[in-house]
Design a protein around this ligand. Structure first.
Ligand SMILES: Cc1cc2nc3c(=O)[nH]c(=O)nc-3n(C[C@H](O)[C@H](O)[C@H](O)COP(=O)(O)O)c2cc1C
Length: 124
């Protein structure tokens, strides 16, 4: 799923978080998952962001991806990829905050896709 709530939390240990809508279809899966993967998209990958924010079809169909060591989906061509082990779940309002430890990470050079004011942006 597409999220813009991805945030760094701690350096030692390396923790990150994502906030997941408790009313969405994904919430039940995330409630059980021991790990999740984070793929930071490139500025040229807005189509993937749109795809993974929609429901009612197989979002991975026709998308190139592999499983990381922990089994999480890693998208080919992403700017950065993190494999994360869930450490804490915090219910906050209508979202769940999933705090996880980064157990593997890789990145390549490039510019990230940004989202601001209801639209995709690129760094100038
Ligand atoms: C740019 C963008 C950022 C989003 N960020 C989040 C987010 O941080 N958390 C979240 O729960 N949903 C977020 N969404 C919405 C989810 O991607 C979308 O509701 C979800 O994929 C729908 O799937 P589901 O109803 O099957 O759970 C975002 C959507 C877009 C387009």
């Amino acid at each position: 799923m597409t999220v813009n709530s991805f945030t760094s939390v701690s350096l030692e240990p390396p923790l990150v978080l994502v906030c997941v809508d408790a009313g969405g279809n994904m919430a039940g899966l995330f409630a059980q998952a021991s790990h999740y993967g984070v793929n930071v998209l490139r500025e040229s990958q807005a189509d993937l962001s749109n795809r993974f924010s929609q429901r009612g079809f197989d979002r991975f169909d026709s998308v190139a991806w592999t499983r990381g060591a922990a089994g999480v989906p890693m998208l080919d061509g992403a700017l950065a990829r993190f494999e994360c082990a869930v450490r804490h779940r915090v219910v906050a309002g209508d979202h769940s905050i999933l705090i996880a430890e980064v157990v593997a990470a890789e990145y390549e050079d490039g510019a990230p896709l940004l989202y601001f004011d209801s639209g995709y942006r690129a760094l100038p």
